[in-house]
Ligand binder design. Structure first.
Ligand SMILES: [Mn+2]
Length: 222
């Protein structure tokens, strides 16, 4: 089973479900593990997740919007109070806060592999990827015309992303969205490459109530 790449959807501190998923995909140290970001925040055990991440040498991770927010405060020597759950995240991290932020500080915005790329949220396909800001790459869902960004994406390179929680993964010829809302009581989903196998494990409970779920676009549809 060597030579696999396993991309993991938005964990948000759901450490038990992360362990469930790693068991479900039978992850080994020879797999290339890639997180789509938002490892921490909102969920019950950000510390467990980030400590696992820091001690897993075959894990790579792109920066999520929650890491970006906490990192910007850390760089400024402040603490975020923009989100109600930030205080809880700081409390969970405890004395792992400093090493966690030093680890997060080094995360890239994009990761590339053979035939694929990973980004937390998305990008405007009409602009070059290199022109997009960290805020765009970690937050973008829709283009100015209202379309989901991936519906305007025409390249062959498979774009794997998270951030937009849906009941089912987004599966298109050239884009896969992996955020199935584990922290909202949905599921945690992984994509195994190059076979493009999707594996999900259910959330053990609802950690945050989600007001509304949007249905994903049909594969290949508009
Ligand atoms: Mn996100």
């Amino acid at each position: 089973m060597s030579g696999r790449t396993i991309v993991i959807g938005d964990v948000h501190g759901c450490f038990q479900e992360l362990q469930d998923l790693l068991r479900a995909v039978e992850a080994t140290p020879s797999d290339r593990l890639i997180s789509v970001g938002d490892l921490i925040s909102k969920g019950p055990d950000s510390r467990g997740v980030i400590e696992w991440a820091m001690k897993t040498p075959n894990l790579e991770c792109v920066l999520g919007n929650h890491e970006l927010r906490l990192r910007s405060h850390w760089r400024a020597g402040t603490r975020s109070s923009e989100k109600a759950h930030d205080a809880d995240t700081y409390r969970q991290l405890g004395d792992s806060y400093e090493p966690s932020m030093r680890w997060i500080d080094k995360l890239p915005l994009t990761i590339f592999g053979p035939g694929f790329m990973v980004v937390h949220a998305g990008f405007d396909p009409a602009e070059g990827l290199e022109w997009q800001t960290a805020s765009q790459l970690t937050n973008l869902r829709r283009l100015e015309d209202g379309r989901p960004w991936y519906e305007a994406y025409r390249e062959r390179t498979l774009a794997v992303f998270g951030h937009w929680a849906k009941r089912q993964p987004v599966v298109r010829a050239n884009a896969v969205g992996l955020d199935t809302g584990c922290v909202y009581g949905g599921a945690l989903t992984a994509l195994i490459l190059p076979e493009r196998i999707l594996i999900s494990v259910p959330a053990r409970r609802t950690y945050v109530e989600k007001k509304a779920w949007e249905e994903p676009a049909l594969a290949g549809g508009r």
